[in-house]
Design a protein around this ligand. Structure first.
Ligand SMILES: O=P(O)(O)OC[C@H]1O[C@H](O[C@H]2O[C@H](CO)[C@@H](O)[C@H](O)[C@H]2O)[C@H](O)[C@@H](O)[C@@H]1O
Length: 371
């Protein structure tokens, strides 16, 4: 299949947020928000379409160190933080409320990886989960069906987590593995039988299968296009590809953005989304982490609202799709991992992976009492 025929711009579905304070930009933030009837805009200059601003604001500001006193202060004022915490209360201090919601139901746990189970670090290959976190996740899986849904490739996230007790979905949910005995969706052309690392029969659901060659092609070209930009790193996740700029000098960010945008103009069936200091190239298909949660709930037999309470814990924009599915369908809820105020479709919050671990341990204690 030729995905390379139309020479118009890639379709962007995530409008880039505008950070006016950093660049003094006055461009409207919704400029690239579009529906099928609207004309696809040209992406001629990343400065003028908000994407550069989005790159700058894509990671929470670091805490400021007051050198003389050796103390850290957060850039946000206390009042804003407290107001935000009222809107998104801590899942730890609200645990009694969560337990009350879960009464007579079985909890299903969905976890993001980067920034949730492992702290954000400069080198994506060194985003290692601590042994204590691994033990907490393993314990959770003893009491509750547990799945990891990551932007990374499924193989990579399995390698990092290393627990056989969990379900795994990689590439933002475009690669889902479920146990073979669950039958899968035999009629669905996106479903295939396979075997896992232990040789067990599994079902793979891969709704973006046809994009594998084009993602490979784009990955290879993006590696070439960014190889002379110091600090840039491109990852191939099989169904999507990421261009990291966390370690690129800020003055070179426009070059990264421009090269990625320019290259994608020739791929109308690919879109660009934005994570934490990373640009992500994804197929234009109606699939995301929210759809993956729905798929897993359905295929694992957990979709009856009266019996199951799904919880999704994540830190990034792509996790919002899952939070939204849970909020809109009024079943379960999202927990946003963030130490700074952010608008979210989640109901609760946790500050960082260490609080995620604490929450998971609390969940296990409660699970033990209930079982
Ligand atoms: O859905 P996730 O599991 O959260 O994956 C999202 C992206 O995570 C990784 O990048 C992020 O974490 C890196 C390690 O801490 C960090 O260096 C990078 O700046 C973050 O964007 C992963 O490398 C990406 O490919 C994933 O898409």
């Amino acid at each position: 299949m030729d995905l390379n025929i139309n020479k118009t711009s890639p379709v962007l579905t995530d409008p880039a947020p505008v950070n006016k304070s950093r660049l003094g930009s006055s461009f409207p933030s919704g400029r690239f928000m579009m529906n099928s009837r609207k004309k696809i805009p040209k992406l001629d200059d990343v400065r003028s379409n908000g994407w550069l601003d989005a790159m700058i604001s894509s990671s929470p500001p670091r805490k400021r160190l007051v050198k003389d006193f050796n103390i850290e202060i957060a850039p946000e004022d206390d009042f804003a933080q407290r107001a935000w915490m009222l809107k998104y209360p801590s899942a730890i201090t609200s645990f009694a409320h969560i337990a009350a919601q879960a009464k007579d139901k079985k909890i299903a746990v969905f976890l993001d990886y980067d920034g949730t189970l492992s702290p954000i670090v400069d080198d994506p290959d060194r985003a290692i989960m601590s042994d204590a976190m691994r033990a907490a996740v393993k314990d959770v899986a003893k009491y509750f069906p547990t799945a990891i849904i990551s932007g990374r490739s499924r193989d990579k996230v399995y390698e990092l987590v290393g627990l056989t007790e969990l379900y795994y979905a990689g590439s933002h949910g475009m690669d889902i593995m479920t146990p073979g005995h669950l039958n899968g969706s035999p009629e669905d052309p996106n479903s295939v039988k396979s075997t896992d690392q232990q040789g067990e029969e599994v079902n793979l659901f891969q709704p973006a299968k046809e994009f594998i060659p084009v993602i490979e092609e784009v990955y290879n070209t993006l590696v070439e296009l960014t190889k002379c930009i110091k600090g840039a790193k491109v990852e191939n996740h099989k169904f999507c590809t990421s261009v990291h700029y966390r370690n690129v000098d800020e003055k070179d960010w426009p070059i990264v953005a421009q090269r990625v945008h320019d290259h994608l103009k020739q791929y109308p069936r690919l879109r660009l989304t934005h994570g934490r200091k990373v640009l992500e190239v994804r197929p234009v298909i109606e699939w995301n982490k929210g759809k993956a949660v729905e798929f897993l709930l359905e295929s694992l037999g957990l979709s009856n609202n009266d019996d199951f309470l799904p919880i999704f814990i994540g830190d990034d924009k792509t996790d919002e799709d899952a939070f939204k599915v849970l909020r809109d369908s009024n079943r379960g809820f999202g927990i946003l991992v963030s130490s700074v105020p952010k608008e979210s479709n989640a109901f609760y919050s946790l500050r960082d992976p260490s609080e995620v671990k604490k929450f998971l341990k609390t969940l296990v204690k409660w699970g033990k009492m209930e079982n």
